[in-house]
Design a protein around this ligand. Structure first.
Ligand code: APR
Ligand code: PHB
Length: 396
């Protein structure tokens, strides 16, 4: 088998890349380790930056998002004992973001791939990258096993879109790679429930720990609470979860939260991680394969989309005009945006959580940061800009 670009991973990064490449007349084959049903069942965040919304619209992927998603004007921040306030992206920037679950985006991307007959090979094992180091005369290819048979695809480029645990990042020699990591001393317990959501996406700082109210649609809410790293889902039956969630929200909001049996419950640790560079020879990394952010701020999917935007533009320029300049600048350009979102989610995580090791000094500094944010329209505008998403870099 032969193609122009082998894409490893059929998460949002891999499938979006294959779609945009197809629109530029560039062929790709997508390889996925899991079964399609498994990929479609994963529940993740649901806040789309206005830049992400634009990319989906420009590539004909927005029909369902525009019909079922919910445009939002801002995020609300609340903390114990004080009035909550809105960071208003519409009033400060004239930009709205969209609440639309990543699970739905994944469905839309698979449906688009089916419509155009995109080859997506699922349940492949033992994916190995060969001759991807960019040496003169190298002929990149990817081997894998599917249905017990060993197969090989020759290609010109490999896009590593295979998430944090994938094989692509590890195919860059350790001597070339530099990794930056921060592990936070807590996790988030997330639940889904068929109840009416609060009117705003609301982030709460409370002495009992962080809490977040978000939503998927008028009848489906998504809630999160900060929990200890060692906690297990079994430690959090519904009759413990609901009172704890409500104890962290201001009384009038807590009173508006309806309770019902939760329909999904999971715990995820929080970490920030960046691996540099994002290109090695013929291999280009996109999305979680190169970086992880804590969910505070919901930047993970949005960063996958900005990587794909930059890489698809670079490949389109190479195949269309024979110019390698954007391929050469891909890693540096993608990393500038990655680090800015890594910084934002680190900032929001520090601002809104209770850290076990916080001294009284740390606690005071956090409170005064929140005070500043509440009272300064400049501080709010800066956060609004980051929450709604920084503009992509333009090129000639
Ligand atoms: N071979 C083939 N496929 C693989 C391999 C492998 N060795 N390893 C992992 N994969 C697949 C996974 O099964 C998964 O479907 O790669 C895909 C990676 O998808 P995601 O983890 O969703 O990563 P990405 O597409 O970068 O999306 C980023 O998803 O993880 C969230 O918070 C993250 O919102 C962000 C977004
Ligand atoms: C979500 O809706 O799942 C969500 C929203 C905002 C976040 C994280 C997750 O910061």
């Amino acid at each position: 088998m032969k193609t122009q670009v082998v894409i490893i991973g059929s998460g949002p990064a891999g499938l979006l890349l294959s779609e945009i490449l197809h629109r530029h007349g560039i062929e790709s084959v997508v390889l996925e380790r899991s079964a399609r049903e498994h990929v479609l069942s994963r529940i993740r965040a649901g806040v789309l930056e206005s830049t992400t919304v634009d990319v989906l619209r420009e590539n004909g992927l927005a029909a369902r998002m525009d019909a079922e998603g919910h445009p939002h004007d801002g995020m609300r921040i609340a903390w114990a004992g004080r009035d909550s306030f809105m960071v208003d992206t519409q009033a400060t920037l004239g930009r709205r973001f969209m609440v639309y679950g990543q699970t739905s985006i994944q469905e839309d991307l698979y449906a688009a791939a089916d419509r155009r007959g995109q080859p997506v090979l699922t349940e492949v094992a033992d994916v190995v990258l060969h001759e991807h180091d960019g040496a003169p005369g190298a002929k990149p290819c990817v081997t894998f096993v599917q249905g017990g048979e060993k197969r090989r695809i020759d290609c010109e480029f490999i896009a590593g879109c295979d998430g944090f645990h994938g094989v692509s990042r590890r195919s860059i020699p350790e001597s070339v790679r530099k990794e930056y990591e921060k592990v936070y001393p807590f996790g988030w317990l997330g639940v889904m429930a068929r109840v009416k959501p609060l009117p705003d996406i609301t982030y709460v700082n409370h002495p009992r720990g962080f809490a977040l109210a978000s939503y998927r649609n008028e009848k489906l809410s998504r809630f999160y609470i900060q929990v200890a790293l060692e906690d297990k889902v079994e430690d959090w039956p519904d009759d413990r979860f609901w009172p704890e969630l409500k104890a962290r929200f201001p009384a009038e909001m807590a009173a508006a939260i309806e309770e019902d049996a939760t329909i999904e419950k999971s715990i995820a640790p929080l970490r920030s991680f960046v691996s540099e560079p994002m290109r090695y020879g013929a291999l280009f990394l996109c999305g979680d394969a190169a970086h992880i952010v804590p969910p505070t701020g919901a930047k993970g999917l949005n960063l996958a989309v900005s990587d794909v935007f930059y890489l698809s533009r670079a490949l389109a320029r190479w195949y269309g005009q024979g110019k390698p300049d954007l391929l050469d600048s891909y890693s540096a350009m993608a990393l500038r945006r990655v680090w800015s979102s890594v910084r934002t989610s680190w900032y929001l995580t520090n601002l809104l959580h209770r850290f076990p090791h916080f001294s009284e000094f740390d606690q005071k500094a956090q409170e005064y940061e929140l005070d500043y944010l509440k009272n300064s329209r400049f501080a709010q505008a800066a956060l609004a800009e980051q929450y709604a998403g920084l503009a992509y870099e333009k090129v000639d």
